[in-house]
Design a protein around this ligand. Structure first.
Ligand code: XMP
Length: 333
């Protein structure tokens, strides 16, 4: 609509004025905020923007390729994809404590991003070097960082809006979404041509599958989890609620699969299996501080469980988490 077009024009104008002919770096995660910020800034300054997408190897199935297809393929934005999965998995080997895992993933993430940003800042090859760091900070983040934070609130802050990073890198800050609420960011994203599925995605934690594999993170576990989770999400998107016409993906606030590193006995054909277990988690919440487990239709659960067990060799049992928050948390770690 025209109001949104006006907003976009104004924002584009403001970005052009602030940036001039300088160059901008943005950490792209594939999440809503950084994606919308990237699309908006790209609309304003095109190739003066370079996005850095750090793949820590703990993303969902095909997520990295989807981010590249969208931003490089469709929007023709400059995106540097850093495949750091071996580095992350290496440092996570033998570590099973959840907070320790978060620290390692968050710390490495910042290191890898900083190294890329430093290269871009140095310029060369026809580039003068970047002078701005763009972040997808939105209004609630601005308020949150002013007020008191819980321990978890500090640790859960998305990697890309890391306080102090611009100063450490000697870059000026560009935050075009600072005045917007989440709904407005989503509308802006759609108006900028980002797909609905991308803009209305459930939140995904910065440490990714690292906190959805209980205990020690291993590549084999991550591979199994990715395939099981993709089936769950696909079926949630396909399964429509008759009364509202909405999909169960849209009727839930967050839904995902958790890998449990325990084995249980099963039977397949003439033989016994001894394979891993996954838990499905789906919640409804307005603020993520409290949450109810979602009363998913039995038919949906049945389909998901049947598909996971048949299609993902190595998983022979699927459970559904019926715990609300509090006292349980949404994630399992
Ligand atoms: P919990 O599990 O505390 O989760 O009920 C509340 C919300 O926060 C997300 N979450 C995280 N997000 N880094 C993040 O960026 C994290 O370490 C992290 N831990 C939890 C969780 O997915 C849910 O939306």
């Amino acid at each position: 609509d025209w109001i949104m077009k006006d907003h976009i024009n104004e924002a584009v104008q403001a970005i052009r004025e602030q940036v001039g002919d300088e160059e901008v770096i943005l950490g792209l995660s594939g999440g809503v905020d950084s994606s919308v910020a990237a699309a908006l800034i790209h609309r304003a300054i095109g190739d003066q923007l370079t996005c850095v997408f750090v793949d820590h190897g703990l993303l969902r199935l095909n997520e990295g390729d989807m981010v590249m297809d969208m931003f490089e393929g469709k929007l023709h934005a400059k995106v540097i994809r850093v495949d750091a999965s071996e580095l992350f998995l290496g440092k996570l080997a033998g570590v099973s404590d959840p907070e320790q895992k978060r620290k390692i993933i968050g710390g490495l993430f910042v290191d890898v991003f900083k190294a890329e940003a430093a290269k871009l800042k140095a310029g060369g090859g026809g580039h003068k070097g970047a002078t701005f760091l763009a972040q997808g900070t939105i209004y609630p983040d601005v308020i949150e960082s002013g007020g008191a934070k819980s321990k978890k609130a500090v640790t859960i802050k998305s990697h890309h809006n890391v306080g102090g990073l611009p100063e450490q890198l000697g870059l000026k800050l560009l935050e075009p979404l600072r005045d917007l609420f989440k709904d407005e960011v989503r509308e802006l994203g759609v108006a900028l041509g980002l797909p609905h599925e991308m803009v209305y995605r459930h939140p995904f934690p910065g440490p990714g599958l690292g906190v959805r594999i209980l205990g020690e993170v291993k590549k084999d576990y991550a591979d199994l989890l990715r395939r099981a989770d993709a089936i769950f999400i696909e079926e949630l998107r396909n399964w429509k609620d008759e009364a509202s016409g909405k999909s169960w993906y849209d009727l839930t606030s967050q839904a995902f699969t958790v890998f449990l590193p325990v084995k249980s006995v099963g039977v397949m054909g003439d033989g016994r299996t001894y394979d891993y277990v996954v838990a499905l988690r789906a919640v409804q919440t307005s603020d993520f501080m409290t949450a109810d487990w979602a009363e998913l239709p039995y038919g949906l659960l049945k389909k998901v469980s049947g598909r996971i067990i048949n299609e993902v060799r190595g998983i022979n049992r699927v459970t559904y988490d019926v715990s609300s928050k509090p006292p349980a948390t949404i994630e399992w770690e």
